[in-house]
Design a binder for this molecule. Structure first.
Ligand code: CP
Length: 315
């Protein structure tokens, strides 16, 4: 694994390796054990859209690993003035040890990765949010000890989190039921990956999807950047608000995950959000641990580094 662009590109063994290392790093962090595995490394964060969790967890994570970060708002870079992605990628590869990118277009991320000689990590695109789903898988495994064989339901919009969840959960042997409104289903990348797999089912009924679920995953119904739910969106997602009534069809001790930020009263009721807040914020914390693990595995072995030139002898 040279980059973390989409979970489709990762093997189950690589996902397990990230989750195992994340558990270890969480333990070390909680017990005050120094874990400066990326001492001297520099991480760039190019963000085209707002972020709370992704930005802060990566910046804190690289610091705890002994490295440092540079937040690069796309508005302040020459990319904003039209400098091509490939030139930005080749330039930053000469300064940095890895780059996290949040952009609206997966294609742009992949173009950057093609020209970069240092690892690129997807900080969220229109199609995929692998770091979020790695944190989800870590949180699920913490509760149940295993992933294989668990029943998961995804309720909401077929967005980037939905796409990555389908892929990540199936790769780890989970059964996935996806409930989205008509016309709001997942992207073809996820559907193609799941094609023919009996462990993946689609439905327009959230109640059907959550039946006997061990874990229910939801998230914002609004596209990134959209400020408020419109009347049209309210109509489309009527019946998709995760509530105590909906969850009564799931297993009694169901784990509820929300990728945040949450729009209470829209995709989840206030009551249900607060009842599961401990799980949801554990999931948010786990962003830090899985991303630290991904950085160590990608950046800690000198991937893409330019070897020092052979010294001339001046005798
Ligand atoms: N879940 C998530 O990616 O949060 P941010 O948009 O705050 O980074």
């Amino acid at each position: 694994m040279n980059n973390l662009l989409r979970l489709v590109d990762c093997t189950p063994e690589e996902i397990t390796q990230i989750l195992d290392l994340a558990d270890q790093l969480k333990y070390e962090s909680r017990h005050g054990i120094a874990h400066t595995r990326l001492s001297g490394k520099s991480l760039g964060l190019i963000f085209h859209t707002a972020s709370t969790r992704t930005r802060v967890s990566f910046e804190t994570g690289i610091y705890q690993l002994g490295g440092q970060s540079q937040y690069l708002s796309a508005d302040d870079m020459q990319i904003f003035n039209g400098e091509p992605v490939q030139d930005t990628a080749r330039t930053l590869s000469r300064y940095l040890s890895g780059v996290v990118i949040r952009t609206r277009r997966q294609q742009e991320l992949e173009a950057f990765a093609r020209y970069s000689t240092v690892p690129i990590i997807n900080g969220m695109t229109d199609l995929a949010h692998p770091c979020q789903v790695l944190a989800d898988l870590m949180t699920i495994r913490e509760k149940y000890g295993v992933l294989n064989g668990l029943n998961a339901a995804y309720v909401g919009s077929g967005n980037n989190v939905c796409n990555s969840f389908i892929v990540g959960a199936l790769k780890m042997g989970m059964k996935v039921r996806v409930a989205t409104p008509p016309g709001y289903g997942p992207d073809n990348i996820a559907k193609d990956f799941a094609k023919g797999n009996p462990d993946c089912e689609y439905s327009y009924s959230p109640t059907e999807a959550v039946k006997d679920a061990d874990v229910v995953v939801t998230g914002s119904l609004l596209p990134p950047g959209e400020k408020a739910s419109t009347v049209q969106m309210q109509k489309v997602f009527r019946g998709f608000t995760v509530s105590e009534h909906m969850l009564s069809a799931a297993k009694p001790d169901v784990l509820l995950l929300h990728s945040l930020p949450a729009n209470r009263g829209f995709e989840i009721t206030e009551e249900t959000f607060e009842k599961h807040a401990e799980e949801i914020f554990e999931e948010a914390e786990n962003r830090l641990h899985v991303q630290k693990a991904a950085m160590v595995l990608l950046m800690g072995r000198g991937a893409g580094r330019i070897e020092p030139m052979k010294k001339e002898k001046f005798e």
